[in-house]
Design a protein around this ligand. Structure first.
Ligand code: ADP
Length: 572
């Protein structure tokens, strides 16, 4: 007779992977090393796609954007100490943008705490300012509950970052298989339902919102990346089209309703926000990006109706009417309430006409600028060529990743978004260096879409080594670098300022002129292009877009074409 082998023991690494997989996590980003290499291997064996980066900062940005694009927490796996600290970049970016992500870090042996163990750090204290919730599994039996809690907390209420701490000794403890299953079942049963439930929506507030919109002379609907995250595209489209109210997306709200829609107020932004009397704000904060909702950009009498899933946000802004709830549900309820007694401004309504005419005027003016072919390139000439190439791709539209000072500013007004969640940029925090991480997240989240990054040479440089990651996973990402030789471009110092013993050093804003960024990706087997003329750029775009393989297009820009700090000069 056979002697049965005992079932294999499950160690902490395997148990964490099992729990993540049960919680529906099927993608992870990170950098492996002691003590988490085995965790990544186990997760991969369980069907989780692990994308291995060079740098935790970039992997963290990827995890945060993945959370936004999929509405499921993006996971960043790091080693202890310095790995965790590098990961704080991604965690803080998630907090600032209200995107769900989980930072999972290994940590040093608990029995050696305080004695200077390898990569020792009080990581729970380090993550505190940037996380909504953190858990430390101090024993293998605590793993399942800790994993499910960080997953649930990341998406609860206003999404954000959470942290899971896994000490080395816990990762090496073992339980047998039946005990592992029992712990998982128990943790699943005790999951906090309150975290998963959405707030109940106050119907009297829906009625009030409809009254306000109905009686407004100059209503406006503004939506942001909270509405994009909530996938409110259909509900917003129905509301806008049935009422005829002009709409204004924030930069990442662009595409929820196509930028080409006739009620888009994007090109008439100043007029729209300056003159509207009732503004329905859906999933967007009245922060710096929306001028705090205050004069002189907004009229002092504007009545704000704010729809947000976060109660503190409503308390902070003190709008005329605050509606707590999920954007999609609230907008759907508003639409339904209106349907019983419909109203529509119509094309000839003076407000609609004013916004449309102003928009047309501005677009025409911009087109005049865009149609001038300037070589050496300014920002507009290549941006128009890129805009047309992106539009030429059709549906599914590419995801556009944008960062840089001038490159992002010009890109925001020139590039056109026709589909939801197809724009990722420096965001609420103005984070530079997000480009490559966001590209990788977008390619992993939406495998059917081409990803096109349009970024400055400075933004690209933060994580340029991740072009190797693009090549390794063969992701359909084309990175277009606007190369003007520095942060903001050429040396803009006043000659009187250039004194002192280091006056012969390059300006703090400059890089090596004519850097061959396109050669960088070729070192790994990707495709590089150098483009200094319209024809060179058009042919590089046509070839790389149809190849859908990793490529870098190095676009030579006149170093003196841009402005310092882009459009935020007053802040520098
Ligand atoms: P933008 O930068 O596009 O203006 P913000 O990031 O400032 O957008 O604002 C997004 C807002 O959306 C946040 O206040 C967040 O709490 C909110 N939000 C997130 N998810 C939802 C949701 N499902 N429904 C409604 N609001 C949401």
């Amino acid at each position: 007779a056979h002697v049965k082998n005992p079932p294999p023991a499950i160690d902490g690494n395997a148990l964490v992977s099992m729990c993540l997989s049960r919680a529906g996590i099927d993608r992870m980003f990170g950098v492996v090393g002691i003590p988490v290499t085995s965790l990544a291997n186990r997760a991969q064996a369980l069907g989780v796609r692990f994308i291995a980066f060079h740098n935790e900062q970039s992997a963290g940005y990827a995890a945060s954007a993945y959370g936004y694009l999929t509405a499921r927490p993006g996971v960043l796996l790091t080693v202890s100490g310095p790995g965790c600290v590098h990961g704080l970049a991604g965690l803080s970016n998630s907090a600032a943008n209200a995107w769900p992500m989980i930072l999972i870090s290994g940590s040093s042996d608990q029995s050696l705490t305080g004695r200077g163990d390898f990569q020792e750090l009080d990581q729970i204290a380090a993550v505190k300012p940037f996380s909504k919730f953190s858990a430390k599994a101090t024993d293998i039996t605590e793993i399942p509950k800790s994993v499910f809690s960080v997953v649930d907390w990341a998406v609860a209420g206003r999404p954000g970052g959470t942290y899971l701490d896994l000490p080395t000794d816990v990762l090496h403890q073992t339980v047998d298989e039946s005990e592992a299953e029992r712990l998982i079942a128990e943790a699943l049963k005790s999951r906090d339902k309150a975290l998963i439930e959405k707030p109940r929506i106050d119907n009297s507030k829906i009625k009030k919102a409809v009254e306000l919109l109905r009686s407004a002379q100059r209503p406006l609907i503004v939506f942001g990346k909270g509405a994009a995250y909530a996938k409110s595209d259909n509900e917003l489209t129905k509301l806008v089209e049935s009422t005829g109210i002009p709409f204004l997306p924030t930069p990442m709200g662009k595409g929820l309703i196509s930028d080409k829609h006739e009620l888009a107020a994007t090109a008439a932004r100043s007029l729209a926000i300056g003159k509207c009397d009732v503004a329905l704000i859906v999933g967007a904060r009245l922060n710096w990006l929306l001028h705090f909702g205050e004069p002189p950009k907004w009229s002092k009498d504007v009545k704000f109706i704010i729809v947000d899933v976060c109660e503190e946000e409503l308390e902070l802004r003190k709008p005329f009417l605050g509606i707590l709830g999920d954007a999609t549900k609230v907008v759907g309820m508003i639409h339904k309430e209106i349907k019983d007694d419909p109203f529509c401004l119509g094309k000839t309504h003076p407000w609609v006409e004013a916004v449309r005419n102003k928009g047309k005027d501005n677009v025409a003016k911009m087109e005049v600028q865009l149609s001038k072919v300037v070589v050496p390139f300014n920002f507009l000439t290549p941006m128009k060529i890129i805009r047309d190439a992106i539009l030429g791709v059709g549906s599914p539209a590419p995801v556009v990743v944008s960062e840089g000072a001038n490159t992002m500013d010009v890109g925001r007004s020139v590039l056109v978004q026709t589909e939801p969640r197809t724009r990722l940029d420096a965001g609420t925090w103005g984070t530079m260096g997000v480009g490559l991480g966001y590209c990788i997240a977008a390619a992993v989240a939406s495998p059917d879409r081409l990803v096109v990054a349009v970024e400055g040479d400075s933004g690209f440089g933060f994580s340029a080594m991740e072009v190797e990651t693009l090549v390794r996973y063969q992701l359909p990402v084309v990175v277009i670098v606007f190369n003007n030789g520095g942060v903001y471009g050429g040396d803009r110092r006043n000659p009187d300022e250039i004194t002192g013993p280091y006056k012969d050093d390059p300006a703090p804003t400059s890089f090596v002129p004519g850097a061959a960024y396109h050669v960088l990706i070729e070192a790994f087997g990707g495709k590089g292009y150098l483009a200094g003329t319209p024809d060179e750029l058009k042919s590089a775009l046509a070839e790389s877009f149809s190849a859908r393989k990793p490529a870098v297009i190095n676009v030579t820009i006149d170093p003196y074409a841009g402005a310092e700090s882009g459009r935020l000069q007053h802040k520098n």
